[in-house]
Design a binder for this molecule. Structure first.
Ligand SMILES: Cc1ncc(COP(=O)(O)O)c(C=O)c1O
Length: 431
């Protein structure tokens, strides 16, 4: 049991609650990860706060103006107040699929389920896990991953997270994933792959994506039954020419009868509507019929019905109308460009620190974040940054320090990196 859960159980000892908690209830805790580090930064990071996993500009949330416009006009009572259908608004589901195919040309002509609306991507992952991940079974998760997987896979589903290093010699570790798949002797092999990755900000290059898909298809051909969940939270934030701009899901569509690909994505970051809580689940398995997709969607609907019942109606109405507005694509692209500028400035600034003894950047080319491997305790560095410089960053596994350029203004980036390197020297240099 997680030590934080034990602490909570100790506090509750002797109460009726302690006697009544289920196994899951006893295992539950609130992690001291990103959320609690961000809360600390909110109080103390008066200089720069590079913890936040949203996109901000001068302290305000960024947004696509067409979405904001829908708050002030255009919505009827019936677009705001009633329940939304369990699987989501039919028009939004069709629109999301249409956009998905536009963004992922490899999907053209391939059959998938219609996307099902969930209450954010966290809910999508949780729903998919409840449908497909069995107690005691394994799920492969790269060593650099979003910490919330722990609550979903380990605590909620009681599955075993099997880790492999995401990188080998500065490149995507396809071999490592292949041997991890080989080592699992269960009826099927489940994995979750998240690109652009949180916390590293890495997306496979086109060559790596091609090789990854070939490897997975080869395993399927050898008889492995693969459940591949793609967490596409940061889809579309690609900043280098050689980056694969399609979701791994689209490359896996119809790749093999032994591959069930599940795309988890969300309006959350793609449409800059973090608080709307709109995510989607889309399925593909080569050879599945329309009726079979519909049956799987019904099961998904059952899981939604039994958890949140249905998702936010006004959020879906605004999203749909915003996406249909004539200027939506241009406005969205403008937002991506502004984040891209920050990315490029981080890259050029980091060139000046090449070979730094205390901080080594992990490969990054996309998304919201970049992460350093620290030459000492990353948590110590995080606290020093916060207490001495008023700078908020996220420490991971006491080894990595994550910076969110999504929430750092362009003109702050050089100074942020200067402070982080200065602080690292102060904490890690031996006297
Ligand atoms: C990798 C990853 N997946 C999923 C999510 C969850 O997204 P949502 O806010 O839509 O639940 C996040 C959010 O930070 C994330 O970083």
């Amino acid at each position: 049991m997680n030590s934080l859960a034990k602490e909570l159980n100790d506090v509750l000892e002797g109460t009726l609650v302690a006697q009544l908690l289920s196994d899951y209830g006893q295992r539950m805790y609130f992690p001291k990860g990103i959320i609690s580090q961000s809360a600390e930064a909110k109080q103390k990071a008066h200089t720069y706060n590079a913890t936040i996993g949203i996109a901000t500009e001068k302290g305000d949330a960024m947004c696509i103006p067409s979405m904001l416009a829908k708050f002030t006009n255009d919505l009827s009572k019936n677009e705001i107040f009633p329940y939304a259908p369990t699987a989501g608004e039919p028009l939004l589901r069709k629109l999301w699929l249409k956009e998905m195919i536009k963004k992922n040309p490899s999907m053209a002509g391939k059959q998938t389920s219609l996307p099902v609306v969930t209450s954010g991507l966290t809910h999508a992952i949780s729903i998919a896990a409840s449908l497909f991940v069995e107690k005691g079974h394994s799920i492969i998760v790269p060593d650099m991953y979003w910490g919330n997987y722990n609550l979903i896979f380990t605590e909620q589903r009681e599955a075993k997270q099997i880790s492999f290093p995401l990188f080998a010699q500065g490149q995507l570790n396809i071999e490592g994933l292949a041997s991890t798949i080989d080592a699992i002797e269960e009826p099927h092999v489940a994995m979750i792959l998240n690109f652009p990755n949180n916390p590293t900000g890495y997306t496979p290059t086109q060559t790596e994506a091609h090789n990854l898909v070939s490897m997975l298809t080869e395993k399927a051909e050898q008889g492995k039954k693969l459940l591949i969940f793609t967490d596409d939270a940061y889809f579309g934030l690609f900043f280098e020419e050689d980056v694969c701009r399609e979701s791994l899901f689209s490359l896996l569509c119809d790749a093999h009868e032994n591959i069930l690909a599940i795309k988890g994505d969300a309006a959350t970051k793609e449409e800059m509507v973090w608080g709307f809580r709109i995510g989607f689940l889309t399925y593909n398995n080569k050879g599945m019929t329309e009726a079979q997709y519909e049956a799987l969607v019904k099961k998904t609907m059952g899981a939604i019905r039994g958890s949140v019942s249905s998702c936010s109606k006004p959020a879906q109405s605004i999203l749909m109308k915003g996406m249909e507005s004539g200027s939506y694509h241009t406005e969205k692209e403008a937002g991506i460009q502004r984040i891209s500028q920050r990315y490029h400035l981080i890259k050029t600034t980091l060139d000046k620190y090449k070979g730094n003894a205390y901080l080594t950047p992990l490969p990054f080319n996309s998304g919201y974040f970049m992460a350093f491997v620290c030459a000492g305790d990353a948590e110590k560095l995080r606290m020093h940054l916060l207490d001495t410089y008023g700078v908020g960053a996220i420490s991971i596994k006491n080894t990595f320090l994550r910076l969110a350029f999504s929430s750092t203004n362009l003109e702050e980036i050089e100074d942020l990196l200067r402070i982080v390197h200065q602080a690292a020297k102060e904490v890690f240099a031996t006297p």
